[in-house]
Design a protein around this ligand. Structure first.
Ligand code: GUN
Length: 293
């Protein structure tokens, strides 16, 4: 069994991005600029946004954190989004999700200019990803592809089973893995809460991607010997022994599943660190106008 070290790979990717930024700036080009909107004080969101801002610093990007109180109106938020759409210094921006209930997330996502949508959540980016056109790809699936590539894990003709059908992980992951080329050419099945005989389906998989947010759902009896297991789960499970009061728990029963695997991602330190790299890569592409003019 080989552990997929997302932390080490993410450090490597960040170094590569930093080198490219240094070259751009040395040639008199523009420093890439990411803006992040955060609404309210959700603990998870604040942590993620802090990591995103810090990572921008590490690679030499400019970043702007724009924070609003929980009671911001939809109209105010949409007006802020329009300002960022129009701001020529901002190459890309994201609105951290989830948003408070009175704000319509889909409306917010669709208000973002797709050319600055470095989260890849806008329907134009989702659609372009789906038909294999250049696009901003959503961070988690892009991070997983990067891990498969860096570990040279074969996907051609392999059976991939994705557990979870979310718009930001399950669906784009499936769409990317069936594209022609590498890492693609896979035969993909998506399982979800209404799937019959889920265990039997998962047991057929050469590659399992667990992304439904249910701690330790994937048990050893569901995993074929020699499978590759990618764990996207990051549920906060209470743990009084930790200073934070919780620990991140994956969707895979790691301890019992790992011995059966060819490759497996740990939680934390697997997929998680890669998602920020994908955001940084998209911001770099946005800065270079590499996808949209
Ligand atoms: N909340 C959890 N993951 C994400 C993400 O990738 N982007 C945004 N905007 N919000 C999130």
């Amino acid at each position: 069994m080989e552990l997929i070290d997302g932390k080490a790979i993410s450090e490597q990717v960040k170094k590569e991005i930093a080198q490219e930024v240094a070259q751009i700036i040395a040639k008199g080009g523009k420093q890439p600029h990411l803006a992040v909107i955060i609404v309210g004080h959700d603990g998870g969101s604040e942590t993620y946004v802090a990591h995103k801002v810090k990572s921008c610093e590490q690679v030499g990007f400019k970043s702007t954190r724009i924070a609003f109180e929980e009671d911001i109106t939809e109209e105010q938020l949409l007006s802020e989004i329009h300002k960022l759409n129009e701001d020529p210094d901002v190459d890309g921006f994201i609105v951290q999700l989830p948003l408070p209930k009175h704000l319509d997330e889909q409306k917010v996502i669709e208000a973002i200019d797709y050319r600055k949508d470095v989260d890849g959540f806008h329907p134009i980016n989702v659609g372009r990803t789906n038909i294999g056109l250049p696009s901003f790809v959503s961070a988690t699936p892009a991070g997983i592809l990067e891990l498969l590539k860096r570990y040279q894990i074969e996907t051609d003709g392999k059976k991939v089973v994705i557990i979870g059908r979310s718009n930001i992980v399950g669906k784009p992951m499936a769409s990317l893995l069936i594209q022609k080329g590498y890492p693609g050419n896979a035969t993909v099945t998506i399982c979800h809460s209404h799937t019959k005989n889920l265990k039997e389906v998962v047991r057929e998989a050469d590659i399992i991607i667990a992304a439904m947010g249910s701690p330790k759902f994937v048990t050893a009896d569901m995993v074929k010997d020699g499978a590759t297991v990618i764990d996207v789960g990051t549920t906060r499970v209470p743990d009084p022994s930790r200073k934070s009061g919780f620990r991140l728990t994956g969707d895979v029963d790691f301890e019992n599943v790992a011995p059966k695997c060819a490759y497996i991602t740990p939680v934390p330190g697997g997929v998680g660190p890669m998602t920020i790299c994908s955001l940084l890569k998209n911001t770099l592409l946005a800065g270079k106008k590499a996808i949209y003019k």
